[in-house]
Design a protein around this ligand. Structure first.
Ligand SMILES: C[S@@+](CC[C@H](N)C(=O)[O-])C[C@H]1O[C@@H](n2cnc3c(N)ncnc32)[C@H](O)[C@@H]1O
Length: 282
């Protein structure tokens, strides 16, 4: 059983198998009747009883929320501020703020979020996508709006052609439907630039995905990130600077997945070239 799951994960490429199909093969509960259920090898965790109160930390949650993005959040009031996603965005975007050139958010509703990002990324074209034609009026400054359905590949392809590709960041805050989230992700992840970041807001029970299908699917990417060639010696891992041709696109192009409560970040990159522990020939 474990070997079958390993083989399926190893062969996963977005071109050959959609994450949705991959999930159907691996995650129990999402199987159409009649198909075999495959379980990922894992062990249950067991923590000691927490009979003492944790000591307070000398710092707040991960990062101080008093930062420039929070200030912009207070100014523009996008929904992502209410959901308390801004500290996570600050954590992941603060160091690339001035380098980002092409940014896209799917799902606008108001101009609040687009304007916040326009001010936060001073050198970026800010693209917005929404199915509601009324959102067209949010264009202006460095903001451009495309009207269409995020699950429509032809529409997304036209958007990419129009902007000339090379997106640095995509945030999906659109329909929040599992099929849409995954279809948009499958199409746009390969369209990001080498170190692009893809974000999905509102995943899991908070939008009715009680089986956590979207996040379970993204978590499968951990197997790609940890790709290991057959017969490679464990002690040689710092010398593994390139994967063989038999590795999948996801093996070579995804370097991280960060899952938080209701929001996930997927990081594109050069796997394993971006590995900071790689021993380089000097
Ligand atoms: C939660 S609102 C976006 C809020 C905004 N991003 C913010 O942070 O303030 C969701 C938006 O997604 C849009 N939407 C819903 N289904 C969509 C689809 N299939 N394709 C594109 N946009 C869609 C809706 O019209 C709505 O404006």
């Amino acid at each position: 059983m474990a070997n079958t799951a390993k083989r399926i994960l190893k062969n996963f490429t977005p071109e050959k198998m959609s994450p949705t199909r991959l999930l159907r093969k691996i995650v129990p509960g999402s199987e159409p009747a009649g198909e075999p259920v495959i379980e990922l090898p894992c062990r249950p965790l067991s923590f000691p009883p927490a009979d003492t109160v944790s000591p307070p930390s000398p710092y707040p949650f991960l990062i101080d929320s008093n930062n420039p993005l929070e200030e912009l959040g207070r100014k523009y009031l996008p929904t992502k501020r209410e959901h308390n996603y801004l500290p996570l965005y600050w954590m992941h975007f603060r160091d690339i703020r001035h380098q980002v050139r092409k940014f896209c958010e799917i799902g606008l509703q108001r101009d609040a979020s687009l304007r916040m990002w326009e001010e936060f990324f001073p050198n970026a074209e800010i693209y917005g996508i929404d199915i509601d034609p009324a959102c067209r009026e949010f264009e202006g400054g460095r903001r451009r709006v495309f009207i269409g359905d995020q699950s429509d590949r032809q529409f997304l392809g036209n958007v990419l052609n129009d902007i000339g590709g090379g997106l640095d960041i995509v945030i999906d805050d659109g329909s929040h439907l599992v099929d849409h989230q995954l279809a948009t992700f499958e199409f746009l992840l390969p369209a990001l630039n080498r170190h692009g970041i893809y974000v999905m807001e509102d995943t899991g029970p908070c939008v009715g995905d009680y089986q956590r299908v979207t996040v379970n699917t993204l978590q499968q990417l951990a197997a790609n990130i940890l790709y290991w060639p057959d017969d490679y010696r464990p002690e040689d891992w710092p010398k593994l600077s390139a994967f063989p041709d038999s590795s999948s696109w996801a093996d070579r192009n995804v370097i991280g997945v960060a899952v938080y409560r209701w929001i996930a970040f997927v990081f594109r990159g050069d796997n394993p070239g971006d590995n900071p522990y790689l021993q380089r020939d000097s």
